[in-house]
Write a protein that binds this ligand. Structure first.
Ligand SMILES: NC(=O)c1ccc[n+]([C@@H]2O[C@H](COP(=O)([O-])OP(=O)(O)OC[C@H]3O[C@@H](n4cnc5c(N)ncnc54)[C@H](O)[C@@H]3O)[C@@H](O)[C@H]2O)c1
Length: 319
């Protein structure tokens, strides 16, 4: 029997959820329907994908085994709790909730009811990010930058929860060592929350991470550079390109009338299987529910990501 799925919240991100679930149905799942408080939006999506729009969340949940939740972050906790308490497996967009306490509560309910709860950290399913775990062995410096122009949405939450959380999550998962100190600063520019922020994390294994995020930069890019003792790794999240620089050396030779500078290195371009990360995320969610594979990332890591994200906000706001 196929798992019955529903989507709650069909705005910018929820639309993508509907798109992916429509691709996975009917082979992998049965797509039961959607619910959005904005009836105009719900009927647009319902019409485009020929999928039933329900009058309320409860009615939709009653016919489902699993739901994905892509409502504004402040409502993740209430709707997620209702779904878990109704016995449904839940995929909630990131950030999973607005604070650690709420996240811990949802994880506890899921564990008690033996349900799968997954946070929508879609970058975890980026092919290049998956490859990182195989090549990052002794990181000493982690530099992540996620910048772009005003997205004209999600301005109700800090850029730390909107963008930086992706890099915090990947960094914690790959560096895999406790964070011993956090420094951060940020600034409001176009909204009532931080629109630019920079954080400095220091890990027990000695790795230093600098993470910068902005939603007021006129060029969009998402990049990561990692220095290790014997290699320098560069990842572009947008193109899923990954390259490793090794054996770097530089030399200067001076003569009476000239200075010559020479730099050499070996650059390895890694072949990464480029698939739709959101589709991979849902496929993994389904396989985890069916017991076909263990979760890529444990819920305890989701909580750690929330804890460090919260600490960065506290540092910025001087609490
Ligand atoms: N993983 C990512 O890369 C990523 C990217 C963007 C947004 N997000 C997350 O997705 C979530 C939604 O963001 P968005 O940009 O899609 O917002 P959005 O405003 O475009 O969409 C939210 C939708 O939820 C609906 N809604 C509001 N309250 C509801 C309720 N109680 N029940 C049902 N529907 C309700 C709204 O009508 C709207 O259509 C946020 O938590 C955000 O952080 C994640």
């Amino acid at each position: 029997m196929k798992l019955k799925f529903g989507v709650i919240g069909t705005g910018h991100m929820g639309h993508y959820h509907v798109n992916v679930l429509s691709m996975l149905a009917p082979q992998l799942i049965e797509f039961i329907g959607i619910y959005d408080t904005d009836q105009k939006r719900a009927s647009e999506i319902s019409g485009t994908y020929k999928i039933k729009s329900f009058n309320n969340a409860e009615e939709l949940m009653a016919g489902c085994d699993a739901v994905s939740i892509a409502v504004p972050t402040v409502d993740h906790y209430n709707i997620g709790k209702k779904a878990l308490e109704s016995g449904l497996h839940v995929l909630i967009e990131k950030p999973i909730t607005i604070n650690v306490q709420q996240a811990e509560e949802l994880v506890a309910i899921a564990e008690k009811k033996k349900l799968v709860l997954q946070a929508g950290h879609v970058e975890r399913f980026n092919g290049a990010v998956q490859e990182l775990k195989n090549i990052v062995t002794n990181p000493v410096l982690w530099e992540a930058r996620r910048m772009g122009p005003n997205p004209k949405r999600s301005l109700d939450v800090s850029v730390v929860y909107d963008l930086m959380i992706h890099d915090i999550d990947i960094c914690l998962n790959v560096v895999n060592s406790p964070v011993v100190s956090v420094e951060a600063c940020g600034q409001k520019v176009i909204s009532a929350q931080e629109d630019v922020a920079s954080a400095l994390l220091y890990f027990k294994n000695g790795c230093i991470a600098t993470i910068t995020s902005s939603r007021v930069t006129q060029e969009k890019f998402r990049t990561l550079s990692i220095s290790q003792h014997d290699s320098y790794i560069h990842l572009d999240f947008t193109t899923q390109d990954l390259q490793i620089v090794r054996q770097g050396s530089s030399m200067t030779t001076t003569s009476a009338d000239n200075i010559k500078y020479r730099q050499e290195s070996v650059i390895e371009r890694l072949f990464v299987h480029k698939d739709n990360p959101l589709k991979c995320q849902f496929q993994h969610f389904i396989r985890t529910i069916l017991g076909e594979e263990p979760p890529h990332v444990l819920n305890s890591m989701d909580i750690e990501t929330m804890r460090i994200t919260g600490k960065i906000i506290e540092k910025i706001r001087g609490k």
